[in-house]
Design a protein around this ligand. Structure first.
Ligand SMILES: CC(C)(COP(=O)(O)OP(=O)(O)OC[C@H]1O[C@@H](n2cnc3c(N)ncnc32)[C@H](O)[C@@H]1OP(=O)(O)O)[C@@H](O)C(=O)NCCC(=O)NCCS
Length: 168
């Protein structure tokens, strides 16, 4: 899968070589508050899982690098997953704390939607997050998602959002 370039970011399909950057991202304290504690073996297996997704499903998450500085900004994008009991195309984002508040998650999200409604020909994309994750919910609203329903995942309340293919 080729890299993709947006206004400010280079998006690289996650592969095993991204494991060090992904571990640094998940261990960034503002991210770890949401993602918990990750070990090196867990990250290695996570990057292998994502690379398999790219090979098997034709899509998975990207690592995002700043076009000018080369810094790792975060990761995000689409993946195929069973959500609320059926297979869906899911969109998500995670940013290093120092990059919050500058629209990078929205930029990654837009690239995901362009891929979903363009080359992948999807009719719908969903996104979900912990109900209390107001920053992630704001990204969803900014991208045009509307709230669909509450979900309970491992006893934690989540909010499910959906966005249909825009009319031609
Ligand atoms: C969820 C998360 C990615 C949201 O990051 P974020 O920086 O708030 O979202 P964006 O990158 O879209 O930035 C939006 C902010 O930048 C501002 N902004 C500046 N330039 C912008 C632009 N060109 N486009 C959009 N927003 C812009 C917006 O006004 C908004 O500001 P505000 O937060 O003061 O309202 C981040 O909080 C995170 O990584 N959290 C931990 C991991 C996580 O919870 N992930 C979600 C799991 S489902």
């Amino acid at each position: 899968m080729p890299n993709l370039v947006t206004a400010r970011l280079r998006l690289e399909p996650v592969a095993p070589r991204h494991a060090p950057d992904l571990l640094a991202l998940y261990r960034d304290p503002p991210v770890a508050e949401w993602y918990g504690r990750w070990t090196w073996p867990q990250i290695e297996s996570e990057t292998r899982r994502m690379a398999f997704g790219w090979r098997n499903d034709g899509v998975h998450k990207w690592m995002a690098y700043h076009l000018v500085t080369g810094q790792c900004v975060g990761r995000g994008g689409l993946s195929r997953a069973v959500v609320d009991g059926r297979p869906r195309l899911e969109l998500g984002w995670v940013l290093h704390g120092r990059f919050w508040g500058q629209g990078y998650a929205t930029e990654i999200g837009r690239a995901g939607l362009d891929l979903a409604f363009g080359p992948l020909g999807a009719d719908e994309v969903v996104s979900f997050t912990e109900t209390r994750n107001s920053r992630s919910r704001a990204v969803m609203r900014r991208l045009g998602f509307t709230y669909a329903k509450p979900l309970l995942i491992e006893n934690e309340p989540y909010a499910l959002y959906a966005l249909s293919r825009p009319p031609a």
